[in-house]
Write a protein that binds this ligand. Structure first.
Ligand SMILES: NC(=O)c1ccc[n+]([C@@H]2O[C@H](COP(=O)([O-])OP(=O)(O)OC[C@H]3O[C@@H](n4cnc5c(N)ncnc54)[C@H](OP(=O)(O)O)[C@@H]3O)[C@@H](O)[C@H]2O)c1
Length: 260
């Protein structure tokens, strides 16, 4: 039996949905029939669209709590409801801890942990008042559960984000479900910045058990699933979209035995 997910009549907000992973998530939600709003500081270079439908863009700097509050008020007023929030805006530049200022770490934690907290609170205020409740999806990272040299504050924030999601899932049940999509490496417009040319990207892809980086659409599929009725009993969960994760480093060492 074919399973199709129909999100028509649902309203979704994807933070940072103007490019990269977020645009992939927004397109997947559009393709599933949802009315999609994307927000970021700058408008997208190209309209975020799928199946002849385009996401609405709202400008905001989510680090500014008052601006974030205004955004959610506008959403409630214009769209009448909010069914899904995807807390995608995030990321970090590469910087070793000893080379960075503490201000840098604060900004990274602000964007990757506090911004999703503030946005989720605003979303909950809308979702708790409407029939059917809602679904919040955090975009996490494998950096949250393994050492992350060069992005330590980011890894710590992403670990905190998963913890936050689990607590929200308990506090806000049964009205709102809260889950985390934990991503490995995803191929975006910015991939070359991190991994170099196509050869470099392919070499990095070979370190992943499934042999490649994820596409933004694959992060989107996970979000569509978590937003849908198929996930009606899933809350407080972390869904890993990482191609099998990382092989243990010892497998590359001399005489290592794969079954130990
Ligand atoms: N790409 C990967 O391999 C990967 C791996 C694991 C996890 N992730 C996670 O996936 C998410 C997206 O990553 P990405 O690689 O697609 O990042 P990206 O290309 O840098 O996109 C980030 C998005 O967030 C927006 N944004 C940044 N700061 C903002 C702010 N203060 N207020 C509002 N919007 C803001 C950006 O737009 P503006 O700059 O115009 O504001 C942009 O739309 C992040 O949470 C990241 O941690 C990505």
């Amino acid at each position: 039996m074919a399973v199709t997910i129909d999100l028509s009549g649902r309203v979704a907000l994807v933070t940072g949905g103007t490019r990269g992973v977020g645009a992939g998530i927004a397109r997947a939600l559009l393709a599933a029939g949802a009315e999609v709003v994307v927000c970021a500081r700058r408008p997208p270079d190209h309209p975020v669209a799928a199946d002849g439908r385009t996401a609405r863009f709202l400008p905001v700097d989510l680090r500014d709590p008052a601006a974030a509050e205004t955004l959610f008020a506008r959403l409630g007023k214009d769209h009448g409801r909010l069914d899904t929030l995807v807390n995608n805006a995030g990321g970090t530049p590469y910087r070793l801890l000893a080379d960075a200022t503490s201000g840098h770490a604060v900004r990274v934690v602000e964007l990757n942990l506090l911004v999703p907290l503030t946005a989720s609170l605003a979303a909950y205020a809308l979702m708790r008042e409407q029939r059917g409740g809602g679904s919040i999806v955090m975009i996490g990272s494998v950096s949250g559960s393994r050492p992350s040299p060069g992005s330590a504050a980011y890894g710590a924030a992403k670990a905190g984000l998963e913890s936050l999601a689990r607590s929200m899932a308990v506090e806000w049940a049964p009205t709102v479900r809260v889950n985390t999509v934990v991503l490995g490496m995803v191929r975006t417009e910015r991939t070359a910045m991190h991994y170099g040319d196509e050869q470099g990207v392919a070499a990095v892809g070979r370190t992943v058990p499934l042999g490649r980086l994820a596409e933004p659409a694959e992060a989107g599929d996970a979000c569509v699933f978590l937003a849908s009725e198929l996930a009606a009993y899933i809350s407080g969960a972390s869904l890993h979209v990482h191609g099998g994760g990382e092989r243990p480093a010892f497998l590359g060492a001399a005489n290592a035995h794969p079954t130990t």
